[in-house]
Design a protein around this ligand. Structure first.
Ligand code: NAD
Length: 257
């Protein structure tokens, strides 16, 4: 079945689009008619058909250059998906200041830089395509769930949630919508790498599935579908929203029996 081409005529930029959730977003955007640029520090895994731009979101000048290059190539920029991020494990006692700065630099400031450099292009695009211009940020249920052993990661995603709401307020009258998705545990290379560190990855995966209310992880495609909705013209009235894609993990507030 062919996809609805509701992104026809729109130009998109996806950070962290060369793997996992970001690659799924880029693939779905292409299938729905968008022209797509992927900004990633390693673009090897970017889907065929995208404009691949190598940049690290910690490098302000490189982010500006990549964002401007995407807008120049496509003649406009309507859809920004700020998705690049990394994990961090431990309590507050486990990560030193340098590690806090490194993760915050990628997970929070990376999104600030992307938005800062995209905004001039988005403002121009909003005049031509009202309702179709948006920033969607990949947050996490960690922002509000109180997960153990995730102090730094949770704080970084809490900042992404606050940033989403503040940006939505700042830019609503400019016609730029700002939302985020809150994935639960999503089956991506990132989770694969974590499982591979255990003695028995298969048993660890089974235990992880069993801890989900639905009995399974969410897929990268399921998270991407939520991002595509938030960025689509169908969501023209949706801004300042955090959409959970977590198989019920947060909404159901289930506790072990
Ligand atoms: P992933 O590791 O498969 O992909 C992340 C991508 O981001 C990679 O292509 C990587 O190269 C890129 N990236 C990382 N640091 C970068 C930097 N400094 N500059 C440019 N690119 C950079 O991970 P994923 O699971 O697809 O995660 C994507 C997003 O989803 C992240 O923001 C993550 O916090 C969020 N998330 C993931 C899960 C999960 O369970 N997988 C759950 C909640 C939220």
């Amino acid at each position: 079945m062919s996809a609805v081409r509701d992104f026809e005529g729109l130009a998109a930029l996806v950070t962290g689009g060369a793997s996992g959730i970001g690659a799924a977003i880029a693939t779905q955007l292409l299938a729905r008619g968008a022209r797509v640029a992927v900004l990633d520090r390693e673009t090897k895994g970017a889907p065929d058909g995208v404009l691949a731009l190598t940049a690290d979101v910690t490098d302000d000048a490189a982010v500006r250059e990549a964002v401007d290059a995407a807008a120049a190539e496509f003649g406009a920029l309507h859809t920004v998906v700020s998705n690049a991020g990394i994990g961090a494990i431990g309590t507050v006692a486990d990560n030193a200041d340098d590690e806090w700065r490194r993760v915050m630099d990628i997970n929070v400031l990376g999104m600030v830089r992307t938005a800062r450099h995209a905004l001039p292009h988005l403002r121009a695009a909003a005049v031509d395509r009202p309702g179709c211009v948006s920033i969607t940020q990949t947050c996490s249920i960690a922002a509000t769930a109180g997960l153990p052993q995730r102090a730094l990661y949770s704080a970084s995603k809490g900042a992404v949630l606050s940033l989403t709401l503040a940006m939505a307020a700042d830019h609503v009258r400019e016609g730029i919508r700002v939302n985020c998705v809150n994935p639960g545990t999503a089956d991506t290379p990132w989770v694969g790498r974590l499982l591979d560190q255990s003695d028995d990855p298969a048993a660890e995966r089974a235990a992880l599935n069993a801890r989900q209310p639905s009995g399974r992880l969410v897929s990268a495609d399921e998270v991407a579908a939520a991002v595509l909705y938030l960025a689509s013209p169908a969501a023209a009235a949706v801004t300042g929203t955090a959409l959970a894609v977590d198989g019920g993990m947060q909404g159901l507030r289930l506790r072990p029996a």
